[in-house]
Design a protein around this ligand. Structure first.
Ligand code: MG
Length: 362
């Protein structure tokens, strides 16, 4: 089968700016829209689908700097395409937009390869499970209490829920955390994410006043590895970080300062690099948690032995269920249950439905 030549004959991208369904803010940022850059790659009569949540600049970078290196390459050799893309952006700088662009193309190429073989992408990667544990993520800091409460209740099917904290008075964080803890009841776990809004000393002080909180994400900036380590050594909750990891060395620097490493397949370099991050985490005795973009994480999560769970992020889950067919269903306890008989990642992008939100394409 692999002897059949299949050259990549097309790389198309399109950026869509999707308004949020309400106010969204965390401890350090506020936004009213999310841009998704969707990539389709073609070879041998099949089409692969990938994407990233990044500015339209990622799409332009794909057209200008990545496509020329991917077109004409064998569709079978995805890690080789990943390597040539990484080399191509050397002078532009890999971390940030370039890494999101590489991630979008890499995820599309893996999907393409699985579709060419007529197998589920997870089957190609090597599955270790057939459902993916996920946790509900939202609870934005600018939601009124009644919105927070109804969101927590609407996600009662998940055994864990994460809310945002930070950016305002400490009392407001304590009040919202206490409210969430009450609404969740004794059987559901509470996670919090400060998005780097606290200082280390403040995070430690705040955590001593937390009720039962199991996960404290980015208590300080993930660039502050010493601060993360201080917090990790002082609080009962698991300290997690890694969502801004754009290359493998970043995760290597972070690994000694967290209880659980996070990685985002739409930022870290795609499926090729997500699997490398998982191996790096395993070597450190750590589990890995997938950050956001739940639909795109499903297959690589099925193939990651040390996966803890996947972040079912409010904004992305909404976009993916609205604009993609084939998204995994959520079953009891917050397990994502994909249709493993569907080839590739099992997804189709509904181009027509997204058309009103198109901002750029190439
Ligand atoms: Mg986060």
């Amino acid at each position: 089968m692999l002897a059949v030549p299949a050259e990549v004959g097309g790389v198309r991208w399109a950026a869509y700016r999707i308004p949020t369904d309400g106010p969204e803010a965390d401890g350090t940022l506020e936004w009213d829209a999310t841009t998704i850059v969707v990539v389709h790659v073609q070879a041998g009569g099949a089409t692969g689908l990938g994407w990233t949540y990044a500015p339209a600049a990622a799409g332009h970078l794909i057209g200008e700097m990545l496509s020329p290196h991917v077109l004409g390459r064998s569709a079978w050799d995805v890690p080789a395409a990943n390597a040539v893309m990484a080399r191509a952006v050397r002078n532009a700088g890999r971390p940030g937009v370039a890494a999101t662009a590489i991630s979008a193309v890499d995820t599309a190429l893996w999907d393409l390869k699985a579709r060419l073989l007529g197998v589920r992408l997870a089957t190609l990667l090597g599955p270790v499970r057939d459902e993916v544990p996920a946790y509900a993520s939202g609870g934005f800091v600018n939601w009124p209490d009644n919105v927070l409460e109804s969101w927590l209740e609407a996600h009662a099917g998940f055994g864990r829920a994460k809310i945002k904290i930070g950016g305002g008075p400490e009392e407001a964080d304590h009040r919202r955390i206490d409210l969430a803890r009450r609404v969740l009841g004794p059987d559901r776990e509470l996670y919090v994410d400060a998005n780097g809004a606290y200082t280390a000393k403040q995070a430690i002080r705040m955590a001593t006043g937390f009720p039962d909180v199991r996960w404290f994400e980015e208590p300080v900036s993930s660039d502050d590895v010493h601060g993360l380590r201080r917090v990790r050594e002082s609080v009962a909750a698991d300290v997690a970080a890694g969502e801004y990891g754009y290359d493998l060395r970043y995760f290597a620097r972070l690994a000694g300062s967290v209880d659980c490493l996070q990685a985002d397949v739409t930022r870290c370099g795609g499926i090729t690099d997500f699997m490398r991050v998982a191996a790096l985490a395993a070597a450190e005795g750590l589990e890995l948690s997938g950050h956001c973009a739940p639909a795109l994480h499903v297959d690589v999560s099925l193939a990651t032995p040390n996966l803890r769970h996947l972040e079912y992020f409010h904004d992305h889950a909404r976009i993916e269920s609205r604009f993609f067919d084939g998204v995994a269903t959520v079953v009891a306890g917050g397990l994502l249950h994909p249709d493993l008989t569907a080839p590739g990642n099992g997804l189709t992008f509904k181009t027509g439905d997204a058309e009103p939100h198109l901002v750029a394409a190439g």
